[in-house]
Design a binder for this molecule. Structure first.
Ligand code: ADP
Length: 427
């Protein structure tokens, strides 16, 4: 009997045996049966034509079908499957044919199987090399981006640190000269200048420490009763002088839920909202409008801060929340905290995001485009969970004992006056 005839005869047995060996789930059996059928057809075609390359399309299809995730984990391997197929084939031949026919069929099939194995290993190696080189390219691009971020940070940090240092140096030498010329001169203005330079330095260093704490998951959130409307009112009060200088208006709408007590870290939330408010002031031209609104969501509250400023390109919406994700040219940095477009070191939004996320919330920005002329504006959305009790046992016990011993609820005024102590002055 011809080998091709033998193969046609044992086809059903072969398909059932091989599929039973290589498939576990019933769901994929049909698909595998189809693939094995194609492979079997290719075997017969190859035997008839004598061209080994007839096997290539099926083998190529198998190699290419490997999922990207398998390739990334270097878990490639149709060779084990092929080995299984060879073994099953031999068992089927042995069980269904006379020793002579079995030998004839195996002799004809062996070179095909050897070719298939060799071809598959080569194709898989090629694919693996391609995957690894793509990964290397991606890693290279990421390293380049990190390197650029690092050198940008060094430029911005040096610039940011230098400005207050120059201020301190200038006032100190003026003070020295003035006192030398006339020891009776009032030295208060010089000390004020030195003090403001020192405070700016302190703020930059504090920001750097905060970022490093957020990066290392060390940001401690101390939960206390808070009222969002009180926090927003504190900021409105603190920023009124700045808003006046820039002829900008800040409107805070009372929204449903803003006067309800929730638990959060008042000091940290003030810091987060202060960053958003000062950014809105900084990136909005003189005379612009800043509006704060919000709405309750199931289990959460959403606060929106909208400005009529220069806007942000959609492609930068994620980048600005990354460390040193400040946009624009480092060399053009004005280093002012509130002047129009006076960028800082680009740490404000990453810190804000870190604080909001540490509360179990989320932050994102909505803005059509960046345009310094038409000023399309930006809206920052902050979503915070509404917590009716502190999330940690220690704080819960503390506030329970406080309310039980005082026999009364803690008033929002008490809390806001505590928070007020924390509020930092923006200069
Ligand atoms: P920076 O210290 O530079 O202000 P931030 O982390 O606070 O750093 O902000 C990162 C960048 O996001 C800013 O440099 C600015 O380009 C952009 N940005 C932030 N807030 C606004 C806003 N309200 N309008 C337009 N651009 C903004």
């Amino acid at each position: 009997m011809q080998v091709v005839e033998i193969l046609e005869r044992i086809r059903p047995g072969w398909l059932s045996k091989v599929s039973g060996r290589v498939v576990n789930g019933e769901g994929v059996r049909q698909r595998i049966l189809e693939e094995l059928g194609r492979f079997y057809d290719a075997l017969i075609c190859t035997l008839e034509s004598g061209e080994l390359s007839r096997l290539n399309p099926v083998l190529d299809g198998w190699v290419q079908s490997q999922a990207q995730s398998e390739l990334e984990q270097k878990q490639v391997g149709f060779s084990p499957l092929l080995n299984n197929i060879f073994q099953c084939s031999f068992e089927v031949l042995q069980a269904s044919l006379s020793p002579l026919d079995c030998l004839a069929a195996w002799n004809a099939l062996l070179p095909l199987y050897t070719y298939a194995l060799d071809y598959t290993v080569q194709a898989e190696t090629h694919l693996l090399v391609e995957t690894i080189s793509t990964e290397l390219q991606k890693t290279g691009a990421e390293l380049e981006r990190l390197n650029k971020t690092k050198s940008d940070f060094i430029s911005v940090a040096a610039h940011e640190l230098k400005t207050p240092l120059t201020l301190i140096e200038g006032y100190t030498s003026m003070l020295r000269e003035s006192l030398h010329e006339n020891p009776q001169l009032p030295y208060e203005p010089y000390l004020k200048g030195i003090d403001s330079g020192y405070r700016r330095l302190q703020e930059i260093i504090d920001d750097m420490i905060d970022v490093s704490m957020i990066d290392n998951d060390l940001l401690a959130i101390s939960f206390q009763p808070i009222w969002l409307n009180r926090l927003l009112a504190i900021l409105e009060n603190d920023l009124s002088d700045l808003l006046g200088e820039r002829h900008q208006t800040l409107t805070i709408y009372p929204f449903v839920g803003s006067d309800e007590m929730t638990y959060g870290d008042g000091e940290r939330l003030l810091q987060a909202f202060r960053n958003l408010f000062t950014n809105a002031i900084k990136y909005t031209p003189d005379g612009g409008k800043i509006t704060v609104d919000g709405r309750p969501l199931p289990g959460f509250v959403e606060i929106t801060i909208t400005d009529t400023g220069i806007g942000i390109d959609p492609q930068d919406h994620n980048r600005i929340f990354e460390k040193f994700g400040r946009l624009g040219n480092v060399a053009l940095h004005s280093s002012s905290k509130t002047r129009f477009k006076g960028g800082g070191p680009g740490l404000g939004l990453p810190i804000t995001k870190g604080i909001i996320e540490a509360h179990g919330g989320a932050i994102w920005v909505e803005s059509k485009r960046f345009d310094e002329v038409s000023c399309p504006g930006s809206t920052f959305h902050v979503v915070l969970p509404v917590l009716k009790s502190p999330p940690d046992d220690k704080t819960a016990r503390f506030y329970r004992s406080l309310t039980e011993s005082s026999g009364a609820k803690i008033s929002s005024e008490t809390v806001s006056s505590i928070s007020h102590l924390y509020a930092k002055k923006t200069t």
